[in-house]
Design a protein around this ligand. Structure first.
Ligand code: DAH
Length: 341
């Protein structure tokens, strides 16, 4: 029996110490210490020993059991630690691996152009206003001195919401002039960019929705010289020092006198080329001195205050800056086109 115990001890310990997994270790535990295990089988034979032999053998058997249990525990802990280590290695995050780049978009070319324009005006002390696209005809027309019967009020040009032609999609950003006059303290220096709507068929230069930037200054002693000086400075900032401009007489109901501003073609220097369609000049905006009627309707005394205003088409500015030939490209939002800017 002594030999049997020694054999079990050495075999079991060898097997347990080299076990490769918790499952294997458990199998060994059952094999030796389980109810039908090898050590248990030996212990069951104790009864056959003489009473003199029994205590020594019992003690030996207990030692073997203790040794096996100790080995099970040690190896078990070792395996557990190794498993943890392996898991940590497998799950470890390598912070030195570069991340997956996020594909972020970029600004639309028209908004790049708008931001440049905004920056210039903000630098000159103007405030940027935002206003409603669904507008009252009162603001879009009446308070801008365009009375009933004015051709721009025609149903064929304007999107109205009601039979009485009172609510409409604004056809220009000019109503923002009135909204500013009615809500802001004088003096006023504002620009108001935004969408406008007209019943136009879509083609290379027309769209039923487009963008304008309105601008307005009201103070004491404002003259046409301020209009020209400010707008010339803006054009020099946009198109470079020495940019040549001209002001042509025009008519708008809300300004008197009214004008249109042209910039000399930067491509041909005024000789005429495809960029300026042979004209030598490119029209950039409409402007003028705010009509006394408009000031009066907004509660501003035209004998004390005067002002100038302008309105320009934003798409045109962007098309010129980025040499875009067709207006439709600006609205189609084809990423292959937009990515170029
Ligand atoms: N609202 C005009 C248009 O849509 C543009 C314009 C002209 C705006 C003269 C102005 C201005 O403020 O003074 O054609």
């Amino acid at each position: 029996m002594k030999e049997q115990l020694a054999k079990i001890r050495s075999e079991a310990l060898a097997a347990m110490e080299t076990a490769q997994s918790a499952a294997e270790l458990e199998t060994l535990r059952v094999q030796y210490l389980g109810k039908k295990g090898e050590l248990t089988a030996v212990l069951k034979q104790m009864g056959r020993l003489s009473p003199e032999e029994r205590p020594a053998m019992g003690q030996l058997a207990n030692e073997v059991r203790a040794a096996l249990e100790a080995a099970l525990e040690t190896t078990g802990k070792k395996l557990e630690a190794a498993a943890l280590e392996a898991r940590m290695k497998a799950e470890a995050v390598d912070v030195t691996i570069p991340g997956k780049p996020h594909k972020i978009g970029h600004k639309h070319p028209m908004y790049i152009a708008l931001d440049e324009i905004k920056d210039i005006f903000i630098g000159m002390g103007f405030t940027v206003l935002d206003g409603p696209e669904v507008e009252l005809a009162t603001y879009n027309f009446d308070k801008l001195n365009a009375e009933e019967g004015h051709p721009s009020r025609d149903w064929s040009d304007t999107f109205y919401f009601d039979q009485d032609s009172r609510v409409m999609l604004r056809s220009q950003t000019s109503p923002m002039q009135v909204r500013a006059m009615e809500t802001m303290e004088l003096p006023i220096r504002i620009i108001a960019p935004g969408r406008v709507y007209r019943k136009d068929e879509v083609d290379a230069t027309h769209s039923p929705m487009f963008h304008q930037v309105e601008g307005m200054v009201i103070d004491k002693g404002i003259t046409m010289a301020d209009l020209k000086g400010t707008l010339n400075t803006v054009m020099e900032q946009l198109y470079g020092k020495g940019t040549v401009t001209r002001f042509r007489p025009h008519h708008f109901p809300f300004t008197e006198p009214s004008c249109e501003m042209d910039v000399q073609c930067h491509k041909c220097g005024g000789k005429g080329c495809p960029t300026c369609k042979g004209e030598g000049w490119i029209e950039v905006l409409g402007a003028g001195m705010i009509h006394p009627n408009v000031l009066r309707m907004a509660g501003i005394d035209p004998n004390v205050y005067s002002g100038w205003a302008f309105g320009m088409g934003l798409e045109r500015m962007a098309m010129r800056s980025f040499k875009i030939a067709d207006l439709r490209l600006i609205f189609e939002n084809d990423v292959r086109f937009l990515e170029q800017f």
